[in-house]
Design a protein around this ligand. Structure first.
Ligand code: CP
Length: 312
């Protein structure tokens, strides 16, 4: 594996889940692997879990960590070739990426979708710019299209909490006052393509995800019907893909309640807005896995870093 940019970089999901779970039992086992190696984390957007779990993961492997809030501390970057840089951008990706790679052995990049221009977001300029010019492995810490470390943590969490050979997993849209990106939902959909599960997506009409990502998935517009006999319910808001980046509905009847959850386990990547996306009783109840999911972010990141260190 050269980079970890999407769930497509996972060589074998069952093996990776087994390895991550073993790593969770003995997190310090590979403490010498990352000695004298440095992980650089460049954040163009906010974070709690990704930032701290990636640092923890690197520390468990004996790595040093450098963190930069690039979005408000770094020079504004230019990505287009041949541009006359007499506007806002002060530095080109052709210099910035190789410079950072002189200081860091692996670089993590978080740069969200801006939800204004579908084609521009789809180009994933920041992530792909670093992957093209850095010369060291790149880890996607959430890009416009995907959040593969989150999806790996989610798969580990489902495996830990399922005794069934083929659980029913439902991804349900929920209301939110802001326009949110598609990255978490996209990667979860792709991950369920690798996981042996009965997988259903439910959302109001107009909230269809990229049809290339959901090709072959069961889509159910009736949330109650989708949730019937679910073992895991993953709730997430995303903005419209077809009417790109727009909030088309805030229908509160899509909020997940304890009554709707039934006997299923509840999942969400966090951060979550209480009593908008999901009611208190679910988050505070015994079926919520959200804290476990956040804990597994450390081991998904640690596994990816270990594989990249071993491949160097
Ligand atoms: N789930 C997740 O990526 O959390 P942060 O945005 O806080 O990193």
């Amino acid at each position: 594996m050269q980079h970890y940019l999407s769930v497509n970089d996972i060589e074998s999901l069952p093996d990776w889940i087994r390895e991550a779970r073993a790593m969770k039992e003995t997190p310090d086992k590979f403490l010498s692997l990352g000695k004298r190696k440095t992980l650089g984390l460049l954040f163009f957007n906010n974070s709690l879990r990704t930032r701290l779990s990636s640092q923890k993961a690197a520390s468990n492997l004996g790595m040093e960590v450098m963190v930069m809030n690039f979005g408000n501390e770094g020079w504004s970057l230019e990505f287009a070739d041949g541009t006359i840089m007499n506007g806002d951008s002060a530095e080109h990706i052709r210099e910035a990426a190789p410079v950072v790679s002189q200081y860091c052995d692996i670089i993590g990049i978080r740069a969200f979708a801006q939800l204004k221009d579908k084609e521009k977001d789809a180009a994933e300029m920041v992530l792909n710019g670093f992957a093209k010019y850095a010369g060291v492995p790149i880890v996607n810490l959430e890009s416009p299209l995907s959040h593969p470390l989150q999806a790996l943590a989610d798969a580990i969490t489902i495996a830990e909490h399922s005794s069934l050979s083929r659980p029913k997993v439902v991804l349900s849209w929920a209301p939110h006052p802001k326009a949110l990106p598609h990255a978490v939902a996209n990667s979860f959909v792709q991950m369920m393509g690798l996981y042996d599960a009965e997988f259903v997506i439910t959302h109001p009409r107009g909230y269809e995800l990229d049809p290339q990502i959901t090709a072959g998935c069961q889509i159910q517009y009736d949330q109650d019907a989708a949730l019937k006999d679910a073992d895991f319910v993953y709730v997430k808001n995303w903005s419209s893909y077809s009417d790109y980046g727009k909030v088309l509905s805030q229908d509160p009847s899509w909020m997940l309640t304890a009554a709707k959850l039934g006997k299923a386990k509840f999942m969400h990547c966090l951060p979550v807005r209480r009593n908008v996306v999901v009611e208190d009783a679910v988050l505070d109840g015994p079926q919520s896995l959200v804290i476990e999911q956040a804990n597994n972010r450390t081991f998904s990141a640690q596994l990816v870093l270990k594989k990249l260190l071993e491949a160097k």
